[in-house]
Design a protein around this ligand. Structure first.
Ligand code: FAD
Length: 473
């Protein structure tokens, strides 16, 4: 007998219940990652996420080798690949940590049914969410639609389980008795990295994908920004947040580990900054429970009345100006350039840049969601659409449509000295802290684009379009 652990959005050895279970079985073990671009409904990864995946798998393969195991790479529809692997290795156990998206759950259910028919154990574990969607429900048994009561219910549901330590040794994958070792693709064959042009230089400078990189990010955060997170998290010009998002997205660090490390470092719960950070982790969980209840979150308005909203198709020039950070509004442009260069954007700036697209340019939020999906290293199937819908006003517990971020006011408030703007927009870096927020008022602004739309008119147009939706109801 032997077993298979199928790693998916949990590219780690620490606090990995499926892997720990396999260690307990003590049978020869195949650890597999499957690049599945064929199963129905699975959303293909964006470019930045593919870059991340390549490096994360490289790091995972090294960690597995150190623990006496290997990483098997296969490409194809998940259910076929698992059936092939069972046939090749004679495995009697297939183990994985759960995913919560619609197509992924169908795929897992299909494999479970096949395993049951064939006398094979298929067991799944909780690893990637602290509060699984079906465990937190309202009094009437449905999903929560509003974050605050949701999070209150989560935190009242008891202390999350302790994380499991990584096993120093994993069962050997080597030939044992009649057992064969599964063949693997070479990672390079998957062509996950960009070639021409290779736009990944800024990503490589910014990130260390993999479990070790994730843990060092957490340590750095706990030693520094965590102490002052309540204020620091709003200032894009400093490292005030954890930057754990891509690591959490790929499961290189367990949310249970993050939770308990916070507890260990800040034993007295009284620290408000820690509570605020914990509730941000809660937003991640909330987004996943929204996706669980609404598998089409990335394509359908959560609020169906928005199906009648009169989005305007932006001109190619407008859309490109937004994508390339040339709208003429420094905060939006700095954010969009940060995204392009590093694969990440500060949360406050994400809100401002998204609001600019859906409100000032009146473009359908799905256009922005798709661009973020392709360019973010943390592009997440739940958090990305949920946040876009939040900004657009079409989502659950959404920002009211009439709240339109003013990029000038926002940058004056949250980047008062212009440090963030200067870092990403060299054309205006010479301007002083007062001038830089409204460069169009300056005589020496030639190199920087003029605003693509006026803030006042575009705001009035957005409000009028929204009023129309409400009146038609
Ligand atoms: P921290 O402030 O350190 O927060 C810790 C963790 O909490 C994050 O790593 C993340 O996992 C979670 N978190 C924080 N804020 C949110 C939030 N609003 N929603 C869900 N989870 C949150 N986050 C993604 O992980 N993937 C996305 O694809 C994504 N798309 C977004 C799109 C838009 C338009 C907006 C406005 C926000 C989006 N976010 C997304 C949420 C948020 O901007 C990022 O999670 C955050 O900026 C990541 O940086 P951090 O790890 O330093 O966050």
């Amino acid at each position: 007998a032997s077993s298979i652990v199928w790693l998916r959005d949990d590219l780690r050895l620490d606090d990995n219940p499926a892997l720990s279970h396999a260690v307990g079985l003590g049978l020869p073990l195949t650890v597999v990652y499957i690049l599945d671009e064929e199963s129905p409904g699975i959303r293909p990864l964006g470019g930045a996420a593919r870059w991340w995946l390549h490096h994360s798998l490289t790091s995972l393969a090294a960690a597995l080798a150190e623990a006496g195991s290997t990483l098997t790479l296969r490409r194809g529809p998940g259910s076929r690949v698992i059936r092939d692997l069972v046939a090749e290795t004679g495995a009697q156990h297939v183990l994985w940590n759960r995913r919560y998206g619609g197509p992924e759950r169908s795929l897992d259910a299909e494999i479970k049914a096949w395993a049951a028919e064939n006398g094979i154990e298929a067991a799944s574990f909780q690893a990637n969410l602290i509060f699984e969607p079906w465990t937190i429900t309202t009094g009437s048994g449905g999903p929560y639609k509003v974050f605050t009561p949701y999070w209150r219910a989560c935190t009242a549901s008891g202390e999350p389980r302790s994380p499991l330590d990584a096993s120093a040794r994993l069962p050997s994958p080597a030939v044992a008795g009649s057992m064969k070792q599964a063949g693997s693709d070479a990672l390079a064959e998957w062509s996950l990295l960009p070639v021409s042009p290779d736009w990944s230089g800024g990503l490589a400078e910014t990130w260390l994908p993999g479990e070790a990189g994730a843990h060092s990010r957490l340590e750095d955060f706990l030693d520094g920004p965590a102490q002052d997170y309540g204020t620091g998290r709003d200032l894009p010009g400093m490292e005030g947040t954890s930057r754990l998002s891509p690591h959490l997205r790929f499961g290189e660090i367990s949310p249970f580990r993050v939770w308990h490390e916070l507890r260990r470092n800040f034993p007295r719960e009284a620290t408000p900054d820690v509570g605020i950070f914990r509730s941000e982790l809660g937003w991640r969980e909330f987004c996943w429970q929204l996706l669980y209840a609404n598998p089409q979150l990335a394509t359908r308005n959560y609020r169906p009345d928005f199906d009648r909203f009169e989005w305007q198709q932006p001109t190619a020039a407008e859309l490109e100006a937004w994508q390339q950070g040339r709208t003429g509004y420094p905060l939006v442009d700095a954010g969009m350039r940060q995204l392009w260069q590093t694969g990440w954007m500060h949360n406050r700036v994400r809100m401002a840049a998204a609001s600019f697209l859906v409100k000032n340019l009146l473009a359908d939020w799905r256009l922005g969601e798709a661009w973020f999906w392709d360019t973010l290293v943390d592009a997440d199937a739940a958090s990305n659409p949920a946040n876009w819908q939040w900004v657009a006003g079409s989502g659950a517990d959404a920002s009211p449509y009439f709240r339109i971020f003013n990029p000038v006011t926002q940058s004056k408030k949250f980047d008062a000295d212009g440090r963030y703007l200067r870092e990403f927009i060299p054309e205006i870096a010479h301007m002083d802290r007062r001038a830089i927020h409204e460069p169009w008022n300056q005589p020496d602004v030639q190199a920087y684009p003029a605003p693509v739309v006026g803030l006042h008119e575009s705001r009035e147009r957005a409000l009028a379009t929204y009023q129309k939706l409400r009146k038609d109801q």
